[in-house]
Design a protein around this ligand. Structure first.
Ligand SMILES: [Fe+2]
Length: 478
């Protein structure tokens, strides 16, 4: 499959984004609530071409971290690319030598053997222990300055993150303890030592110190993007998406080309105790999904809410052919693992959605409301932010103008003690009619209503993959 560089049919939000290296004040329409105060960080690919590199997979775009600082009814904006070796090579005109998820370097097998795909640091921006981390599937954390978004460097947690280990892009913050939980699938170091592939389970304490809580041997090199926590468990739903590590590491194929969907191996659910004890492993029929919303324990069952796909190609093909307009999305679903290890799954809706979110004060515990976005880049299609009441099945939808591209809706509570759902949904949106990007603030209780406020930039950027809101107001520094 050859990537097209034509912009004739490519969604305009995917054109290269300029960084905004100094904070600018945004024009706000509507009225931002005084109680809404803090910083929304976003991360996502900002460009897919540079210095001779032309991405052949959506995940090979350079990470652009942006921030919206909301204070006193005003909004300030800033964005910077993460200074990864890939980005710097492109800036120096050496992008043609970059091996990506979907790109091989020149030189055939010899030019690619033993090389990990380049890290684009483009998937998440999360704040913990006074640190802003940019994360991706293929790399290690990058520490980003909370205030001016400059790249401080690679983060290995004072040497505690094992050499060549991954640190996945969907950590989970425990709202009670302030600890950050995460995992990484180790391939090369363990294979080289003759050990099985290992799923490492991490806990980063409130002081930012990393601890390895467990290492689970795996029979396959799962491409595992997300996980969840409950009060007692790390929860892994290992979809049958696997990498052939030999093929990839020997340079015989790109990482994307060495990845296959293997329904024959089924899906394995692994519950790793957070506080010690024996892990549970449950085999079930193959399940294709990418994102988990939340998980919790319910009368001894483990409940996992995720976005289920009917067919792996509904995600894989648009991610590879990202310049071609498409719809990406699955069905908001609830997977339940009984105390007897029986697995059931049921959809909440027949609407295709993605980017699931919840009130993060409910992470790891029972919750009621899910918030989603649609990812539809087809001409004249309208994207939506939706809300689902998981108890009643009721839906709310905010429908944007045709051609607008929306990002995940981040819930911000009205106050620390406000009830679940009493707050706002913050989402980055590319406004097609104005060819600019904006922060859109919706009332979470009824997102179908007109936005409470819109803060428009003078630029455009892809709304990004993931991000975080923090009460901390980033300080301008020039
Ligand atoms: Fe993700």
């Amino acid at each position: 499959m050859t990537a097209s560089t034509s912009t004739a049919t490519t969604h305009p939000a995917l054109r290269p984004a300029q960084e905004v290296p100094e904070e600018v004040a945004l024009r706000v329409t509507g009225q931002l609530p005084q109680e809404l105060r803090g910083t929304l960080y976003r991360n996502g690919p900002g460009r897919w071409e540079g210095g001779g590199f032309v991405a052949r997979h959506a995940f090979d775009g350079d990470g652009l971290v942006s921030k919206f600082v909301i204070d006193g009814g005003a909004v300030r904006f800033q964005s910077r690319y993460v200074r990864t070796p890939k980005f710097l090579a492109e800036e120096a005109g050496r992008g043609g030598g970059v091996r990506g998820m979907g790109n091989q370097r020149p030189g055939g097998v010899l030019g690619n053997v033993g090389r990990y795909p380049a890290d684009s640091a483009n998937t998440h921006a999360i704040v913990q222990a006074d640190r802003l981390l940019a994360l991706s599937d293929v790399g290690r954390p990058w520490e980003i300055d909370l205030d001016d978004l400059t790249t401080r460097g690679s983060c290995d947690f004072d040497g505690k993150l094992p050499m060549l280990s991954r640190f996945s892009p969907h950590p989970r913050l425990d709202p009670v303890t302030g600890e950050l939980f995460n995992f990484g699938v180790d391939l090369a170091p363990r294979l080289a030592a003759g050990l099985p592939i290992g799923l490492r389970c991490y806990r980063v304490d409130r002081a930012g110190r990393l601890h390895i809580e467990a290492t689970v041997p795996l029979a396959h090199a799962h491409i595992q993007h997300d996980f969840a926590i409950t009060e007692r468990y790390f929860v892994f739903v290992l979809a049958p998406i696997v990498l052939d590590p030999i093929k990839a590491m020997l340079g015989l194929s790109t990482a994307e080309g060495a990845t296959t969907y293997r329904p024959d191996i089924g899906t394995k659910i692994v519950l790793v105790p957070r506080h010690g004890g024996k892990r549970r492993e449950i085999d079930c029929p193959p399940l294709m999904y990418v994102h988990i919303n939340n998980a919790f324990e319910d009368r001894g069952d483990v409940v996992v809410d995720l976005v289920r796909y009917d067919d792996y190609r509904e995600f894989f093909d648009p991610a590879r052919d990202f310049r071609t307009p498409s719809i990406v999305g699955g069905y908001a679903s609830r997977l339940r693992v009984s105390r007897a290890d029986k697995v059931t799954i049921a959809d909440f809706s027949d609407q295709r959605t993605e980017m699931p979110q919840h009130d993060q004060r409910r992470t790891s515990s029972p919750y009621r409301y899910g918030y989603h976005a649609t990812l539809d880049s087809r001409p004249d299609s309208s994207n939506r932010i939706s809300k689902i009441d998981t108890e009643t099945g009721r839906h709310w939808e905010h429908v944007f103008e045709p051609g607008d591209a929306v990002g995940e809706p981040i819930f911000v509570p009205r106050s620390a003690t406000a009830a679940e759902d009493d707050g706002w949904l913050l989402t980055a949106v590319y406004l097609a009619a104005e060819n600019r990007s904006a922060l859109v603030v919706l009332d979470a209780r009824d997102p179908s209503r007109a936005p409470i406020a819109v803060a428009a930039t003078d630029h455009h950027f892809f709304p990004g993959f993931h991000g975080s809101f923090t009460d901390r107001v980033a300080v301008p520094r020039y």
